[in-house]
Design a protein around this ligand. Structure first.
Ligand SMILES: [Zn+2]
Length: 202
């Protein structure tokens, strides 16, 4: 028998990622958050803590049941701390929700409608992931231009991304608590948080 650890060129047979230690206690015993402003405030609080504890980029997102406000999952950006480029907050929140509920389609007929609340508008990757996820409503705080203002890049996203989602029956709400969402981004910049980006034309 050879030691599998010696096979450095063998690809992994599973992937996992770990949420920050502070996150479960931040959720605490919250079951549902009825108000939309309060749902966004909850997400922005997580984005701020991710900055303060240096556990990733200044972004958070949560999946809620649209109508009841029941919290399904809370994700934060884990790209730099987990070393995986797909771990944007939206991708983490969607993945956690799907694993928790045991479905790849959060919009199937057996499910209540689900909403993704995100601290900043989705980048090209997360925009692309939303129609596949079954999310029926997207609610965003800061705009992509606000993320660009502190040096992040949103990738090659459609200019008409909102109408592209609407055309697939996904409701889009933007600028919810935008001022507070911008403050989270600026806090990250003020703390000299690491800025990483997608490949550009170099
Ligand atoms: Zn993204």
């Amino acid at each position: 028998m050879t030691n599998p650890a010696n096979h450095k060129h063998r690809q992994p047979t599973e992937i996992h990622f770990t949420l920050p230690d502070w996150l479960p206690s931040y959720i605490g015993d919250i079951d549902a958050i009825p108000g939309m402003d309060e749902r966004m405030a909850f997400v922005l609080g997580a984005a701020r803590l991710n900055t303060r504890y240096k556990t990733g980029g200044p972004f958070a997102a949560a999946v809620f049941e649209s109508r009841s406000g029941r919290l399904v999952s809370l994700g934060v950006n884990l790209v730099t701390t987990q070393g995986l480029s797909i771990l944007h907050a939206e991708m983490v929140a969607i993945t956690l929700a799907q694993r928790k509920l045991g479905v790849y389609d959060l919009g199937n007929a057996d499910q209540p409608q689900h909403q993704l609340v995100t601290s900043t508008e989705p980048c090209a990757m997360c925009f692309g992931a939303i129609p596949w996820s079954g999310i029926r409503e997207l609610v965003a705080g800061a705009r992509d231009e606000d993320a660009r203002a502190i040096g992040f890049d949103e990738g090659p996203k459609l200019t008409e991304w909102q109408s592209a989602l609407a055309g697939r029956g996904i409701k889009v709400v933007t600028d919810l608590k935008r001022t507070d969402a911008i403050a989270v981004l600026e806090d990250y910049r003020a703390r000299d948080g690491h800025i990483y980006n997608s490949r550009e034309g170099d």
